[in-house]
Design a binder for this molecule. Sequence first.
Ligand SMILES: [Zn+2]
Length: 153
Amino acid sequence: MGNPFEHDLLKNLGPEPLGDGFTVDALKAACAKRSAAIKLVIMDAKVVVGVGNIYASEALFRAGILPEISANQVSKPRLTKLRAAIREVLSAAIEEGGTTLRDFLNSNGQPGYFKQRLFVYDRKGEPCRVCGKLICQTVLGQRSTYWCPSCQK
Ligand SMILES: [Zn+2]
């Protein structure tokens, strides 16, 4: 049996997003090696665990980063913002009725309050809550991706 944390699968997991292990340096190191889209990199459990499609989209909006930019092109100051945004989005989701990090459903199976505060996710064609431009959608890594063409660069 042995220590469960030495299991192959667990051993390869990245840090918890709200834990001390998720540092800017760790994120920078993970991104420096990857030319994949930044959104796919932050959704990779080897980089950081628990950042699903919705949280990744929202965190990138808050950090002002386009989802499709190559991870290794994102500067350290921008990664610093992104790390903070990921923690912010996840904390907000947990506080506002999220007992789960995986979706927005509360214990009654209804969408939680957090959904009403989404900036980009599932808002294609609706005006950006910050600048009023229409939110765009594309498919990235087979997942729907939403962004604001003006707020995100
Ligand atoms: Zn905008």
